[in-house]
Design a protein around this ligand. Structure first.
Ligand code: PXP
Length: 242
């Protein structure tokens, strides 16, 4: 039986547009309220070290505005750990972060960074925050995430999203195989990055996946059709694929 696939909406880029003018419009909180009203399952927000989109005070305002679970994407730093412990989001997704990148370009090296991640993961877990690691669909990374005690892994779908033809099919298989392996080992698999109306369905059809996190494309579409319509359409495509 394939369960319902949750949709977490990443609202970072509403804040990107707001910050372009330095004011308070458009407000990511309003986006969170719309996502809640149309049946989205969660809000994802990445507080980057350079605060290029979501800002510190947005987190509390988002938490106050809706009952949806907040998935805080964060770099593995002491500063972000302190913020997560203060805000206690429902989940924290640890992502690699590089100031020069335009977006999160690859998965976290959970294997190579074990010693840095171990205390951070246990502090978050001890605080009752569900910990997710944003990794490539790679057995070595999954095993490292398990060793770290992460309850969730989010597979980076960027390679899949950019690939075409046989390469895309191979990427899809890689994600599908790793999702099955994660479930077998008691880890909940999620996926995200670069997903669009055109490429979401093969990913949504992977029966073990519990959640997709989608941002940039939805906010881009919202410019043309409104956020409500964009989230509904993505939801319909996901449901159709299951
Ligand atoms: N999941 C994670 C962990 C991410 O870092 C991002 C991008 O910030 C997303 C999902 C959403 O990716 P996109 O904006 O390409 O939909």
């Amino acid at each position: 039986m394939t369960g319902r696939l949750r949709l977490g909406v990443n609202i970072d880029h509403v804040a990107t547009i707001r910050n372009a003018r330095g004011g308070d419009h458009p407000d990511p909180v309003r986006a969170a309220e719309i996502v809640a009203a149309v049946g989205g399952d969660g809000i994802t927000a990445h507080l980057r070290e350079d605060r290029r989109h979501i800002r510190d005070d947005d987190l509390r305002r988002i938490q106050d505005a809706t009952n949806l679970p907040l998935n805080l994407e964060m770099a593995a730093t002491d500063e972000m750990l302190a913020i997560a412990l203060r805000h206690k989001p429902y989940a924290a997704c640890i992502v690699p972060e590089n100031r020069e990148e335009r977006t999160t370009e690859g998965g976290l090296d959970a294997a190579g960074l074990h010693n840095r991640l171990a205390p951070l993961v246990s502090r978050l877990v001890d605080a009752g925050i569900r910990v997710s690691l944003f990794i490539e669909a790679d057995p070595r990374q999954l095993e490292a995430a398990m060793r770290l005690g992460a309850q969730v892994v989010e597979f980076h779908t960027g390679e899949y999203a950019h690939a075409i033809g046989e390469k895309r099919a191979a990427e899809l298989k890689r994600i599908s195989d790793m999702a099955a392996l994660a479930v077998k080992n008691g880890v909940e698999p999620h996926a995200g990055h670069g997903l669009t109306y055109d490429n979401v369905q093969p990913i949504a059809a992977i029966p073990q996946l519990a959640e997709l996190n989608i941002g940039h494309y939805l906010i881009g579409e919202a410019v043309f059709t409104g956020l409500e319509t964009a989230v509904r359409r993505m939801r319909d495509l996901m449901d159709e694929a299951r």
